[in-house]
Design a protein around this ligand. Sequence first.
Ligand code: ADP
Ligand code: AMP
Length: 215
Amino acid sequence: MKNRIFILIGPPGAGKGTQAKNMASLKDFVLISTGDLLRENVGKKTELGNTAKSYMDKGELVPTDLVARMIKANIEQNIGKNGFLFDGFPRDLAQNTLLSDMLEEFNLDIDKVIYIDVKDEVIFERLTNRRICPKCKRVYHMRYNPPKNDELCDDCKVSLIVRDDDKIDVIKKRLEVYHKLTQPLVDYYEESGKITKINGERAPKEVEAEIIANM
Ligand code: ADP
Ligand code: AMP
């Protein structure tokens, strides 16, 4: 069976990670979140993680060759499964070319791009209150989607953490990078007709229902 290829795109804080975890388990897709993979490498202090950290802490994109290595290994390991869901990749037009080349090698193509649209003003409030589970990567918001028990993950019961890059200055930089480098990719996908735009400024369940209806 041919793998299906889905991409989740949108500004930082749009809710990609929140939705990606549900979508992947519902459709039994392999989830490839470059942000999660990079943070895992940072946590383990691998060579890749140490290099990536200096870019991530500043809110800049990590060099594409580092991301490419991670992605390629992941695709190779999981080829033949139901499908892939990419969260946070591709991030610019060059990464899109890289992905197309990699998919071509496996005779695959992008099926659909889901674009979660959220305004910059909403993003600051979301990201300054975000917490993540360091173990399962589940995403919480201390007001909109709080854990049941203080600051513990509902599933893993380990202490939630604040991401190193969820600081006002770094959030500003990440938004700048998004508008400069990722927005042109959204425009490009719009021309290809493969993109579905979803209003991300609604309750997570409503966003989820619309995404699923479009998968
Ligand atoms: P991204 O992966 O796009 O950066 P996240 O999924 O990590 O975004 O979500 C960013 C923050 O916003 C988290 O704290 C999350 O709990 C919260 N969030 C996600 N979706 C919604 C939503 N629809 N409404 C309100 N808050 C949301
Ligand atoms: P995210 O978890 O998607 O919000 O990404 C967090 C940070 O990881 C970004 O600000 C970048 O520094 C880095 N990152 C994640 N994905 C990529 C990517 N595809 N290309 C380059 N850098 C990335």
